[in-house]
Design a protein around this ligand. Structure first.
Ligand code: PMV
Length: 322
């Protein structure tokens, strides 16, 4: 049997950027979009294939800073897996550089597939820790929210350096994720915020504090199933994200379109400057809201539902299967 594993995408509901400075974030898995890794045993050398990004290489030939190469080496090292041959094939249907965690998802699938190939069981905490090290290559100073929500595949309340709180929604929530079509590098957006904060720490720390308060309020709304108030926290967060300079005209158009189509709330999600807008919509207005987002320039619109209550993740404790 070919060890095969997958990992979900993610979307940040509240708290991006402030989370880098120790404030909380709330993020949810997007289970319908996934990265997959398959390992076929074979003689040395170990080959890596990622057709989506045109990569076909022998592991040893990949430079140290190549995230996929680093992920494989680091996983084999940390989990003490003596694998020197075969083929690892990675695919993903998660849009890249758009705030959906494609890098962390690919890494998570790779860790799970390699662990499965060695017959090892890894839990979400271990997976998350390995993927965090890979995220440092992608992002420089990641908060850890992406690897956490993806490895746990659960809605999380995340504070840097602490164990995540797993959240249960108090009511089912329908989100539209609208891709602005503008790619933006998280590393650059985070570096820009840091530069501006260093020039005016008091103002920026005040905004981060306000984002943190909205995130705490949003968590309570999510757990209580209060969509209207959660939406309000999302709209307010958008204003604060604009204030720290990670907005963009294309994102504003999408947020306005969602608001005019009757969404409870909408905001950019992830690093900003491009990427996605997330909108919390009433089920009955999902179709007109989707059409409005497309008319406002969305290159793609995904739907994702956060189900009411707890739902056991498919892969928290076991690396096997999808
Ligand atoms: O990976 P993205 O684009 O969803 O952005 C991550 C969110 C930030 O808060 C901007 C950075 C971080 O490390 O948490």
């Amino acid at each position: 049997m070919t060890p095969r594993a997958s990992a979900c995408a993610k979307i940040i509901l509240l708290g991006e950027h402030a989370v880098v400075y120790g404030f909380p974030a709330v993020a949810v898995p997007v289970r319908s979009l996934r990265a997959t890794a398959e390992y076929d045993a074979g003689p040395p050398p170990l080959r890596i294939e990622a057709p989506d990004i045109g990569l076909r290489a022998v592991l040893e030939d990949l430079p140290a800073e190549n995230p996929l190469g680093f992920c494989v080496r680091h996983t084999l090292d940390v989990l003490h897996i003596p694998l020197s041959g075969g083929r690892l094939r990675v695919t993903s249907d998660i849009p890249v550089a758009s705030g959906m965690g494609s890098g962390a998802s690919v890494s998570t699938a790779v860790v799970r597939a390699l662990a499965a190939a060695a017959g090892k069981t890894v839990d979400a905490e271990q997976v998350s820790a390995i993927v965090y090290e890979v995220e440092r290559i992608h992002h420089g100073t990641p908060s850890g929210v992406d690897n956490t929500v993806i490895a746990y595949e659960q809605p999380v309340y995340f504070v840097r350096g602490k164990d995540p709180d797993i959240l249960a929604a108090g009511g089912s929530m329908l989100f539209l994720i609208a891709d602005s079509g503008v790619r933006s590098a998280t590393r650059d957006a985070v570096a820009g915020v840091r530069e501006r904060r260093n020039k005016d720490p008091e103002r920026y720390d005040g905004i981060f504090q306000s984002i943190g308060e909205l995130t705490d309020a949003g968590r309570a709304c999510l757990e209580a199933g209060d969509r209207r108030m959660l939406g309000r926290a999302m709209f307010e967060s958008q204003g604060l994200l604009d204030a720290i300079g990670v907005g963009a005209p294309g994102l504003t158009r999408l947020v306005d379109a969602a608001r005019n189509a009757g969404a409870w709330g909408a905001k950019l999600s992830g690093a900003g400057l491009g990427g996605n807008v997330i909108a919390l919509v009433k089920p009955e207005s999902a179709e007109p809201a989707e059409a409005a987002l497309r008319a406002a320039g969305a290159a793609a619109v995904f739907r994702t539902v956060l189900e009411h209550g707890n739902h056991p993740p498919p892969q928290t404790k076991s690396p096997h299967g999808t």
